[in-house]
Design a protein around this ligand. Structure first.
Ligand SMILES: NC(=O)c1ccc[n+]([C@@H]2O[C@H](COP(=O)([O-])OP(=O)(O)OC[C@H]3O[C@@H](n4cnc5c(N)ncnc54)[C@H](O)[C@@H]3O)[C@@H](O)[C@H]2O)c1
Length: 107
């Protein structure tokens, strides 16, 4: 089983969980948000076994294969450092980024 952690449980995070839940062999096992009541509610709603308010603690305590960073764009670098550290060496980190609502015309 591929074990995923989610950092940031605001508006977009549910779409990440829904997508992971559709993938065979993948389970979201932990989530994290700096707002405690938000992360607890999110974990309860999506049946995620572990909730954290510090992503470093989550990365230390959980055996994760991948992490998705769903925090606001301005904080991505701050949250992970300019060179993202995978939860374990050789493991991937995914992040959400803004995309234009419509394809940009070719120049
Ligand atoms: N691809 C798209 O269409 C699309 C659309 C909307 C948002 N996004 C992206 O999704 C990301 C999140 O957007 P959102 O609308 O969910 O934002 P949001 O503000 O609703 O949620 C972000 C959450 O991150 C938490 N957070 C911030 N710093 C944290 C930290 N250090 N550790 C743990 N939690 C932390 C906040 O408390 C908040 O709950 C952004 O990167 C945004 O650009 C993409």
């Amino acid at each position: 089983m591929i074990r995923i952690g989610i950092i940031g449980t605001g508006g977009m995070a549910k779409y990440h969980v829904q997508a992971f839940n559709k993938a065979p062999g993948v389970k979201v096992v932990a989530c994290c948000d700096v707002v405690e009541e938000r992360v607890k509610k999110f974990a309860e709603e999506w049946k995620i076994p572990a909730a954290y308010t510090d992503y470093r603690k989550m990365l230390r305590e959980e055996k994760l294969d991948g992490v998705t960073n769903v925090t606001p764009d301005p904080y991505h670098a701050e949250n992970f450092g300019w060179r993202p550290s995978p939860p374990r060496p050789g493991r991937p980190v995914a992040k959400s980024r803004w995309r234009p609502a419509w394809p940009t015309p070719a120049r």
